[in-house]
Design a binder for this molecule. Structure first.
Ligand code: SF4
Ligand code: SF4
Length: 432
């Protein structure tokens, strides 16, 4: 941190001036930015947001509500980072900027505090989260939901209606840290399955599909005990101290099971786990351990696509794949999921326009910025309407939920699935 850090309310977590000064204002990132695409405004572009951050850092402007509003609208999708020729670490900068906003004595502080309270005491506490999600999971697959939708009861209160549209239709049983997975006979190796927080509660069926795909390749998946939320939501919210605490707990828990690869089927979690080294760079005790941990982390599609053993898979369907931002932009993985889908006998992969443009889910963003989230979802709905797929495949729980709503908005009956679910189903059909 340079002397410019003094202009921020939380100098110890100020965005590094060296990071900010890497931007040469070339503008190559601007049209990749979803908020710029929707608004056409420079202040809602990465270059604009970086300019504001640098101006605050140098004390030329204050941390006003207007400035904060431009940062708040950022989805942290990191599309800008992926195209930037100067290597501006935008994701890291924005996490540190959000830490400053959270510490600033501005209006809206109550809402920020409430959000932090929820992330710390609900999302990151497995027992509390399980109790909170249980009724949601019940409702998602219930007759009550179908009747309420049919009767139009969920059209009135907008937030409830919005959330209902996003719920998966058959969430299945949860899969949590420490849960047993079927034993693989004569397994040749082992892999840790990262269970996550909401992912394990609402998308246990995706975890089980991933475990079955691994099992067919002779790999025993293990939902290792002691693992907790990856901390991505807290880090994106600027609660870096809390995110670091979760990172330390995950490192400790997963060190105990040896050096097996850590397989992640939620793109947001995968990106966060791979960046633990960066998150804990200032921690003398954990920095080296974080590097070793991050080296074990693999996205499920990345890992499966590289397995030498190819399992037959068959499924007659037109499938479109939509890149989760934290897979395409943060982890730079675009080909592996497409290769897996294209390798399924009978599967026709249809591309939409802007498959890598953020869907507007972005963790808690849909709740905080409903208008921008809806505008981005509408673009996806229009894209789906044009290609009329049988299934929309992706690799992140938030995106899956957003696509459930987009498919309905497009008036289609396409299924929304994780790549691993589709692969598992296709392998099972082919007799695997
Ligand atoms: S962030 Fe990168 S791409 Fe965007 S204006 Fe700055 S240097 Fe150019
Ligand atoms: S992270 Fe996404 S929304 Fe934010 S500035 Fe970059 S491209 Fe735009």
């Amino acid at each position: 941190m340079g002397s410019e850090g003094r202009h921020w309310p939380l100098p110890e977590d100020a965005p590094a001036f060296a990071d900010l000064s890497r931007c040469v204002h070339c503008g190559l990132c601007v049209t990749a930015c979803p908020t710029y695409v929707v608004t056409g405004r420079e202040a809602e572009s990465p270059r604009g947001r970086l300019y504001l951050a640098r101006a605050v850092s140098e004390g030329r402007i204050g941390l006003t509500e207007a400035v904060e509003a431009h940062w708040d609208l950022c989805l942290q999708c990191r599309a800008c980072e992926a195209v930037c020729p100067s290597g501006v670490p935008y994701g890291r900068i924005m996490e540190h900027v959000r830490a400053q906003v959270a510490a600033a004595p501005a209006k809206g502080r109550f809402a920020r505090r409430l959000r932090r309270l929820v992330l710390r005491n609900l999302v990151a506490r497995p027992g509390v989260l399980a109790a909170a999600v249980a009724p949601v999971r019940w409702f998602a697959g219930s007759r009550t939901r179908r009747l309420a939708v049919k009767a139009g009861l969920l059209r009135l209160p907008s937030m409830v209606g919005r959330l209902e549209k996003q719920l998966p239709h058959a969430p299945g049983r949860p899969l949590r840290a420490g849960d047993a997975l079927p034993e693989v006979e004569a397994a040749s190796s082992r892999a840790v399955l990262f269970t996550g927080c909401v992912m394990g509660e609402l998308f246990g069926n995706v975890h089980r599909a991933t475990a079955r795909v691994l099992a067919r390749a002779g790999i025993q998946a293990l939902a290792a005990p002691g693992q907790v939320c990856c901390g991505a939501l807290s880090a994106h919210d600027g609660d870096l101290a809390f995110a670091r605490g979760l990172a330390r707990r995950n490192i400790e828990a997963l060190e105990l099971v040896g050096e097996d690869p850590i397989i992640v089927d939620a793109a947001g979690c995968g990106a966060a786990l791979k960046e633990y080294e960066q998150l804990l760079a200032g921690d003398r005790e954990y920095a080296v351990r974080a590097r070793a941990f991050a080296a074990r982390v693999r996205d499920a599609s990345e890992f499966v696509a590289e397995l030498p053993m190819k399992v037959p898979a068959r499924l007659g369907a037109r499938v479109t794949y939509q890149d989760p931002c934290h897979l395409a932009h943060a982890q730079r993985i675009r080909e592996a999921p497409r290769r897996l889908l294209a390798g399924i006998d009978g599967c026709t992969l249809v591309e939409t326009v802007a498959s890598d443009l953020c869907c507007g889910a972005a963790g808690t963003y849909g709740l905080l910025q409903p208008a921008m989230s809806a505008a981005l979802r509408a673009r996806k709905a229009a894209a789906f309407h044009r290609v009329r797929p049988d299934a929309v495949a992706t690799a992140n729980p938030g995106c899956q939920m957003q696509y459930e709503a987009a498919v309905r908005e497009a008036g289609l009956s396409a299924r929304v699935v994780h790549v691993m679910e589709l692969l598992d189903e296709a392998q099972a059909r082919a007799g695997g």
